[in-house]
Design a protein around this ligand. Structure first.
Ligand code: E4P
Length: 224
């Protein structure tokens, strides 16, 4: 399973990229607005930090302008994936860009029917928003199960990118369903490391070790 980071905060991205676990980044207009920086500048910087795909979203709503925006965004760096919303114009744009070899992430997906359309339009990624479905009383993870089943039945190459993730349990459930990618708010990736028994166990190990007076590294190991 691939892990993308869902933020436009370059300091966060640099910090988490140092773990070696970050395969890509997703942004959206709200995250770019939150960064307070010009979009082209922030996307270029993220692309230089993370070699994997970096989603940059168009903001036009008509096909012609979406296409111009998408081509411009793709020109910023070789690892940009153009993000388009799941609308008629968005999928028309997806088809043209995908046919020309540009990876497209189709976002704001809330139904299996929408996901089927995105696959037919040649999307590299479909982004179903599980958290926002949970927020309105639906079961977001049911949508992931449906999409995984449909894509497998027709061998679609579109990767299922689970978005709007609210916590580690979403990640585990998505992994059990065989989703290809999750995009994680930085806080969720950090939460995934945590378990109280890990902290307690480490504390006990270190206390016992301190009693020995030993140290693994010393003058005799410095040459190693
Ligand atoms: C994904 O690409 C979106 O940017 C993101 O996951 C949306 O998450 P939210 O519902 O927490 O805003």
């Amino acid at each position: 399973m691939k892990f993308f980071i869902d933020t436009a905060d370059v300091a966060e991205i640099r910090d988490l990229a140092s773990t070696g676990l970050v395969d890509g980044v997703t942004t959206n207009p709200s995250l770019i607005a939150k960064s307070g920086r010009p979009m082209a500048e922030v996307i270029a910087e993220i692309c230089s930090v993370v070699p994997g795909p970096v989603s940059a979203e168009v903001t036009a709503t008509d096909h012609a302008t979406m296409l111009r925006e998408g081509r411009y965004l793709a020109s910023i760096a070789g690892n940009v994936a153009v993000k388009v919303p799941l609308t008629v114009d968005g999928l028309k744009t997806c088809k043209v860009l995908a046919d020309a070899g540009t990876p497209v992430n189709v976002t704001l997906c809330f139904s299996p029917a929408q996901a089927l359309l995105a696959a037919k339009a040649g999307a590299a990624y479909i982004s179903p928003f599980v958290g926002r479905l949970d927020d309105i009383g639906a079961v977001g993870m049911d949508l992931i199960a449906d999409i995984v089943e449909i894509y497998a039945a027709y061998d679609y190459k579109t990767a299922v990118l689970v978005a709007s993730v609210r916590g580690p349990l979403h990640v585990v459930e998505a992994a059990k369903l065989g989703a290809d990618v999750v995009t994680l708010p930085p806080s969720v990736l950090r939460q995934m490391y945590k378990h109280p028994l890990t902290d307690k166990g480490l504390e006990a190990f270190l206390a016992d070790w301190a009693k020995t007076g030993q140290s693994i590294l010393g003058p005799e190991t410095d040459a190693a």
